[in-house]
Design a protein around this ligand. Structure first.
Ligand SMILES: CC(C)(COP(=O)(O)OP(=O)(O)OC[C@H]1O[C@@H](n2cnc3c(N)ncnc32)[C@H](O)[C@@H]1OP(=O)(O)O)[C@@H](O)C(=O)NCCC(=O)NCCS
Length: 183
């Protein structure tokens, strides 16, 4: 019988297990630049509040999710169309948790691991809302996020050096009492 284990990792734990995380990344996102992913992710682990969750089956890492709070100087919402209401894009470093990565090996999909990774990652966040970005042609993921309660929030242009030309952004409330003020 297989044994499934979820682990929550801080920055140090993420760096320690990064090679295993990247083995999954390389399978799930073939063609993406692994050196660029390593550089970006290791830089992200240096941001306050960075957190990751991994799932292992029989000790082998088969999926991960990670993210970090948007800083007060974040450019995450820059160029968002349609334009958001006043105040929507204001960040404080404590307002919004951005989910940067979510992946499960193809051989392990459809068993609820992706949902569990996301739920575990967001379950104890102190921020009022979470956001994530998808590439516009990943409609399967977009439909999944909408079924999970995420709301489409508009599109931003990918800037030089980003992994795509445009991103569709999604938002979900993490605490029900602030849901109505999030958009
Ligand atoms: C997105 C991803 C992490 C989901 O992982 P997973 O372990 O299959 O997730 P779950 O088993 O929790 O299933 C997620 C949803 O996909 C659906 N699903 C799973 N396998 C499916 C399949 N073969 N065909 C259609 N839908 C499927 C499930 O019904 C579920 O929807 P629900 O929660 O509304 O019922 C995984 O598909 C993946 O790594 N995809 C490639 C990377 C990616 O797109 N990441 C997100 C980028 S923003």
């Amino acid at each position: 019988m297989s044994q499934v284990e979820m682990s929550r990792l801080g920055p140090g734990g993420t760096r320690e297990h990064f090679d295993e995380i990247q083995r999954v990344y390389a399978v799930v996102f073939p063609g993406y630049d692994l050196e660029d992913h390593r550089r970006r992710t290791l830089r992200q682990t240096e941001s306050a509040g960075f957190e990751a969750v991994t799932v292992r089956e029989n000790g082998v890492l088969v999926g991960f999710a990670y993210g970090l709070p948007l800083s007060a100087r974040s450019t995450w919402w820059d160029g968002l169309r349609p334009s958001p209401p006043d105040g929507f894009a204001v960040e404080t470093g404590r307002r919004t948790f951005a989910v940067i990565g979510l992946a499960v090996l193809p051989s392990h999909r459809g068993r609820g691991l992706g949902r569990r990774l996301m739920d575990e990652l967001l379950s104890s966040r102190p921020e009022e809302r979470a956001t994530l970005a998808t590439v516009p042609d990943n409609q399967e993921a977009q439909r999944m996020y909408e079924r999970w309660g995420w709301k489409p929030t508009g599109q931003t242009p990918g800037v030089e050096g980003e992994t795509a030309d445009a991103f569709d952004l999604y938002v979900t409330a993490l605490r029900p009492e602030v849901a109505s003020s999030s958009r």
